[in-house]
Design a protein around this ligand. Structure first.
Ligand SMILES: [Zn+2]
Ligand SMILES: [Zn+2]
Length: 328
């Protein structure tokens, strides 16, 4: 079954590349990037598959078991635009143009430092021989770095200035995972690319790792009443667990027994929140948003923008302001 799917995928990728992408690359005088364009075709195709699966599975679920009625359809439509830009390659291509030279320099530096062959297999010989084992191992290691990055997004001022755009969605839905500031996406993609390079992930496996993670994150943001039960909630981040992260007063700003601000930073595996004492297994499905969006006296009716360009512009403004004062 998996073999058949991957055969069909390879055939479609080859056809698309030969009939459309390759002629376009040469026609625009970008012949030197033909190899990268082939990989790019794979990313776009994976993105199309993701969009179709999300729409077919999650959209009906949002109608059957919603947490709340969507009050602002325009906000959801706007998140959909983010998802299309992200998964069909506009933002990744932008990131790639910056990422490729950065990664080449990093790869060279690692090689010079004698790190060129460093990977998980060296730490634990033979462990990555089985494709499935190495897939899950890389998924877990990358997820630990993702936890750290997400924690920083909430605790480093300029990063929160950008990440707060993601949290400002009060009608969280299946497309909200991609509602991020473009600068935030770029920094994140470079960070993740460097981590993958440092632990020796093969490019062919990297795309699958990213895709699996993205699908699960779309589920987490969907407007669905889903949790994974007493034990399951500890194993995989559920829509309820992540919704708690988006809740005003709990997820992204509260200070519990630990000294960290906020809860539920884990991207895929809640175990990191348990280990670092930031887990909060709430029973209810919280409403979402950022405190300063609320009207006074609770907040100050802060505007995060409705459309893409306005949201991006306000994000840059918040980032500049954050260098002068605290933005929470
Ligand atoms: Zn967050
Ligand atoms: Zn989120």
């Amino acid at each position: 079954m998996i073999q058949t799917i991957s055969d069909i995928f390879a055939t479609v990728q080859g056809w698309l590349f030969e009939t459309l992408v390759q002629p376009l690359v040469f026609a625009t005088g970008m012949g030197e990037f033909v190899e990268e364009a082939f990989t790019g075709t794979e990313w776009v195709l994976v993105g199309v598959c993701e969009l179709v699966i999300l729409f077919v599975i999650l959209r009906p679920l949002e109608s059957i078991i919603p947490v709340h009625a969507i009050s602002n359809p325009r906000a959801r439509w706007n998140d959909f635009i983010y998802t299309v830009l992200q998964r069909l390659g506009v933002i990744p291509i932008l990131a790639f143009l910056i990422l490729d030279p950065v990664l080449s320099i990093a790869a060279e530096a690692l090689h010079l430092e004698g790190w060129g062959t460093f990977n998980l297999d060296q730490v634990w010989p033979g462990v990555t021989d089985l494709a499935l084992v190495s897939f899950f191992l890389y998924l877990i290691v990358i997820d630990l770095f993702e936890y750290g990055y997400h924690w920083a997004q909430h605790n480093v001022r300029w990063m929160w200035a950008l990440h707060s755009l993601h949290h400002s969605q009060q009608d969280m839905n299946l497309w909200s995972d991609d509602r991020n500031h473009v600068l935030d996406d770029l920094v994140h993609d470079i960070f993740l690319g460097l981590v993958a390079l440092a632990i020796g992930v093969e490019p062919s496996q990297y795309i699958l790792l990213v895709s699996a993670s993205r699908m699960l994150q779309s589920l987490q943001h969907a407007n669905v009443r889903i949790h994974f039960g007493r034990i399951g909630e500890y194993l995989l981040v559920s829509p309820r667990f992540h919704r708690t992260h988006h809740a005003i007063g709990i997820g992204h700003e509260s200070r519990g027994r630990n000294s960290l601000g906020g809860h539920n930073f884990a991207v895929l595996f809640p175990i990191w929140d348990v280990l670092f004492r930031t887990a909060h297994f709430a029973q209810g499905f919280a409403m979402t948003g950022v405190r300063d969006q609320l009207p006074p006296p609770a907040g100050r009716s802060r505007d995060y923008g409705q459309g893409f360009w306005r949201q991006q512009w306000l994000g840059v403004k918040r980032m500049i302001e954050s260098s002068r004062k605290k933005v929470r």
